[in-house]
Design a protein. Structure first.
Length: 369
């Protein structure tokens, strides 16, 4: 799953480096000029363009290092000893190691557990006998008849040592304590992330804005990401440069145009997009009813527009601030330790944005979990 979130970081004023920006732009043009012959090559080129796009401005170059340094705390897989804690699972591993399980004696002499891939990919035990999977059916083939079920086989006999068993199940030995378990990052939120990612249209800034970054998006041309005249969409910008009012007007206008398009589509019965499906109830997209029969513009805007109650026209599922991740749905507490029940998530986001300094850099983060 991908999650749209926002990161707040501090960055001193950046002096523009025209030579650097020209070199990156030239390199991007070289990459775009390549014509891959295979899908895999195209994907690799897009990744390369994304990395170049992320640093095509001097501001983006300087910001990227700060982002990665801040986000390192929230990635599950890390080698930073200051972030890792050891979870002792010795007793659990010993219980599993000494357990008796169902195994199978293979024709080649090996003994395999029934959850071993070499067995389960082609065979299955049913009523105490081994069957082979053939064209979607279970058959007692000659090979299957040569196998013998071992219903109470000690799992410990499948391994040369307890250490090997622990390693096979993703654990390790803590050399300091001699105990067995797993090292993990208690602050981990995601397995990976990208800057901007699937949501490069995070913030709207004016064309003369000096400090911004497109993030890791291979293309930010107007045809793919249209913006109001005199503006551009970016993944990162300082709070003071973000055009919140223009964002609100643009989002609402786009929602209104979308409504009229869906209404016309439903009335005519002509589906001009393959992802849409017209039903008696309305129009379905990816399993969601995005237009309901008889729905008014006002009703549609209540769901897809930007309400006046939102101080800022942006919505994310979480915010990274000061080495802490605040997520939608979490219970917040006041200074006395009492839970705050009356705040909606949008109000929480608005408050965080209000409290941020005007020079704070807002970063759109697409993280995967």
């Amino acid at each position: 799953m991908h999650y749209r979130s926002m990161l707040f970081v501090e960055l001193p004023a950046v002096q523009k480096d025209p030579q650097w920006e020209q070199q990156v732009q030239e390199r991007m043009e070289e990459v775009k000029a390549q014509h891959p012959g295979k899908i895999a090559e195209k994907v690799l080129l897009e990744l390369q363009l994304g990395m170049l796009s992320n640093v095509r401005t001097t501001f983006g170059r300087e910001l990227t290092e700060v982002i990665h340094k801040t986000m390192a705390r929230f990635v599950y897989e890390t080698d930073d000893p200051e972030l890792l804690e050891f979870e002792d699972r010795t007793d659990e591993y010993l219980e599993g190691f000494n357990k008796k399980i169902v195994c199978v004696s293979m024709p080649d002499g090996r003994i395999l557990a029934t959850d071993d891939y070499d067995f389960m990919k082609d065979f299955k035990i049913q009523d105490g006998k081994v069957y082979q999977k053939v064209d979607g059916k279970l058959k007692r083939t000659i090979t299957a008849r040569r196998m013998r079920v071992l219903p109470e086989y000690p799992r410990s006999k499948l391994y040369k040592s307890f250490d090997e068993y622990v390693e096979d199940y993703g654990g390790c030995k803590n050399e300091e304590t001699g105990r067995y378990g797993e090292w993990f990052n208690p602050y981990g939120i995601c397995d990976w992330y990208s800057i901007g990612g699937r949501w490069p249209e995070m913030f709207l800034v004016k064309l003369d804005c000096p400090e911004y970054s497109y993030g890791e998006c291979e293309s930010m041309d107007d045809s793919k990401h249209p913006a109001p005249a005199g503006h551009r969409w970016v993944a990162c910008a300082r709070k003071k440069d973000i055009q919140w009012d223009a964002m609100r007007q643009w989002r609402n206008q786009q929602a209104k145009e979308r409504f009229h398009k869906l209404e016309k589509m439903f009335q005519s019965g002509e589906n001009d997009e393959t992802v849409h499906r017209i039903t008696e109830e309305g129009i379905v997209c990816w399993g969601d009813l995005i237009y309901r029969k008889g729905q008014t513009l006002e009703e549609y805007m209540e769901k897809y527009g930007i309400p006046d109650s939102w101080r800022y026209p942006i919505s994310v599922c979480g915010i990274f601030i000061d080495e802490i991740y605040y997520a939608e749905g979490e219970v917040l507490f006041d200074d006395d330790g009492k839970p705050i029940q009356h705040l909606r998530w949008q109000e929480v986001m608005d408050n965080y944005i209000d409290d941020a300094d005007d020079n704070t850099v807002f970063v759109g983060i697409d993280y995967h979990m």
